[in-house]
Design a protein around this ligand. Structure first.
Ligand SMILES: Cc1ncc(COP(=O)(O)O)c(C=O)c1O
Length: 353
């Protein structure tokens, strides 16, 4: 039985993507496996070109001065790469969770970092609002979706400085004016593919403004010049990401998946709100459409609930250790039916209690 996979990442991918990528490992190009051919072969160059073009097209950023890169080192490497490439003297960060916190820590190695606001005092259960962003910044950094805490930014500031955003856990899930952003990065392992590559979308005109020497592997300009092939790229995660982006385009793009994501989130949160056994963790207005965090009010029901989840084929709804409780991650490839099954189990628990 196919499991209902609510994992926070790496996570569920479209079945057809899994099948095509598995097939490519056996036979991709004239009897050769995807992972045993040169990354400089025509067949793989086509993959890289298609993946980068699809990323820009889906975000509505083609022909607008942006480049898409598929890099290594995870989103965590982008915490320092963004600072190395953009931070000359002063940057501002919004602290909305563990990942922002880590990004701030790395940036502090390279310059002055101002934390404009933080929700740390409330264990990051809301998105700070009404904060002031100083002028004279090299950039402003935020995290669009807080995977661990289940909060999501609904609005982004309009500022003169470049806007940098870690979109690891909600990229390609909702329509936004992506031209607002000058640099977006996202690890592949939520809405794209397996871990091992990170999408970076950067507006070229924000680069080249720092005086430091940037190590080649950290230098966006080097990766742009080399078409993400300065060194051997992770071909399998990039190929799988290309297939997922193709799947998304065929579905109707971000606007189409956004409707599905809305349905899933509405169903999930209405159960959390209506069922007296459960309590949502995140402030209602800041709830994430990707990761719903909640607790079970009566600890005595924990074993029963978890047995019921298992019997229904529901996997990975355990919460992150810093929040506890449960977390249902509802990424693009998670079918609405999986959410229906989870909600049924939750309401059955109520009838048993
Ligand atoms: C929002 C966010 N940023 C950054 C990361 C770190 O990503 P990576 O493990 O690719 O370094 C994660 C991982 O879950 C994440 O959810």
């Amino acid at each position: 039985m196919k499991k209902h996979n609510f994992s926070a990442g790496p996570c569920v991918l479209p079945q057809e993507v899994l099948e095509k990528s598995a097939q490519a490992v056996i036979n991709f190009d004239d009897g050769l496996s995807l992972i045993e051919i040169s990354h400089r072969s025509k067949a793989f160059i086509n993959v890289m070109e298609k993946a980068t073009a699809l990323a820009l097209e889906l975000l509505g950023l083609e022909g607008k001065g942006y480049k898409a890169l598929f890099l290594q080192g995870g989103a965590s490497t982008q915490f320092l790469a963004t600072a190395l490439n953009l931070l000359e003297s002063r940057a501002a960060y919004l602290n909305t969770g563990t990942w922002s916190d880590k990004a701030i820590k790395e940036a502090k190695l390279y310059g002055d970092v101002i934390e404009v606001a933080s929700s740390k005092e409330a264990n990051f259960n809301y998105i700070p609002k009404g904060y002031k962003i100083p002028s004279d910044l090299d950039y402003f950094h935020c995290t669009s979706n807080n995977t661990i805490f289940g909060t999501q930014m609904k609005e982004f500031p309009t500022i003169d400085a470049p806007l940098v955003c870690d979109m690891s856990s909600d990229i390609f899930s909702r329509t936004l004016d992506f031209t607002k952003f000058d640099l977006i990065y996202a690890g592949a392992q939520k809405n794209m593919g397996p871990a091992g590559t990170t999408l970076v979308v950067v507006k070229e005109d924000v680069l080249g403004a720092v005086s430091r020497k940037i190590p080649s592997m950290m230098d966006y300009k080097v990766h742009i010049d080399k078409g993400s092939m300065f060194n051997t790229p992770p071909v399998f995660p990039i190929y799988t990401s290309m297939l997922t982006l193709e799947w998304l385009k065929n579905l109707g793009g971000i606007a189409a998946i956004e409707k599905e994501n809305e349905k899933k989130a509405t169903l999930m949160y209405s159960e959390i709100d209506l069922n007296p056994l459960f309590k949502g963790f995140a402030a209602k207005e800041d709830r994430s459409k990707m990761n719903a965090t909640f607790t079970l009010e009566n600890d005595n029901l924990k074993d029963t609930f978890e047995t019921m989840l298992k019997e229904a084929g529901i996997s990975a709804v355990n919460g992150h250790r810093s929040v506890g409780g449960y977390r249902a991650s509802m990424y693009n490839a998670l079918p609405l039916d999986s959410v229906k099954v989870l909600v049924e189990v939750m309401s059955e628990l109520e009838s048993k209690a």
